[in-house]
Design a protein around this ligand. Structure first.
Ligand SMILES: [Zn+2]
Length: 211
């Protein structure tokens, strides 16, 4: 979803040994890794000490086996509830709604926001067939109904899908009598939160406006 079509390798034409081909093919499936980079990484791993390769393989498997979603905020976590939801330092009256777990990383990096989060795991996108029921909106509403939350910050991306999702959430949350804010427009239209710089993000949080 949202990934650009990428060039893939035609294995039938490759003169390389099968295990190397397999590795190149798997690396090539990663976002942002084209055939050339996949080849470079594969040959790097081939030359690397076995220990190094094992650590990488273990790290990948650990992520798949040990990481689950926080049952409160749906952030990725190795303990449930996640560290943020568990922390006594966090302001429980605010919930910041983001599209992806990596958006939390970006916002936490600014050190400005001290509230809680809710990860939607996507945005509503009619063109890609993603509806309101495909992301964690139902869970958000359940969570807001009986909570001490008095402000919801809509921090979805500033592209079409993000704006659409923010509008939809505003429509659903307004009747609950909770204040709704949206990140300030310091973020250029089309920005994905995880790529925004700290200064812009800090301004966006501090200058958030009533939605
Ligand atoms: Zn959590």
């Amino acid at each position: 979803m949202g990934l650009k079509e990428k060039t893939t390798i035609n294995l039938a034409l490759s003169p390389t040994a099968e295990p190397i081909n397999k590795l190149i093919q798997e690396l090539n499936r990663l976002p942002g890794i084209g055939p050339k980079s996949a080849q470079r990484l594969a040959y790097y791993l081939l030359r690397a000490p076995e220990e190094h390769a094992r650590l990488l393989a273990d790290a990948i498997l650990s992520v798949k086996q040990q990481i689950t979603l926080c049952s409160a905020c749906f952030n990725v976590t190795d303990s449930n509830p996640c560290r943020i939801c568990r922390s006594a330092e966090r302001d429980r009256s605010k919930v910041c709604i983001v599209e992806q777990p990596q958006d939390i990383l970006a916002l936490e990096h600014t050190r400005v926001y001290k509230g809680l989060y809710h990860v939607l795991h996507g945005a509503i996108s009619p063109t890609e067939g993603v509806g309101a029921n495909d992301i964690r909106i139902k869970e958000l509403l359940e969570r807001l109904k009986d909570s001490q939350v008095d402000e919801v910050i809509l921090a979805t991306n500033t592209n079409l899908e993000g704006e659409h999702t923010a509008l939809y959430l505003n429509h659903l949350i307004s009747p609950l009598g909770i204040k709704i804010t949206r990140l300030a427009r310091g973020l250029p239209f089309g920005t994905e939160l995880e790529y925004a710089d700290d200064v812009t993000l800090t301004r966006a949080i501090e200058g958030r406006q009533e939605f």
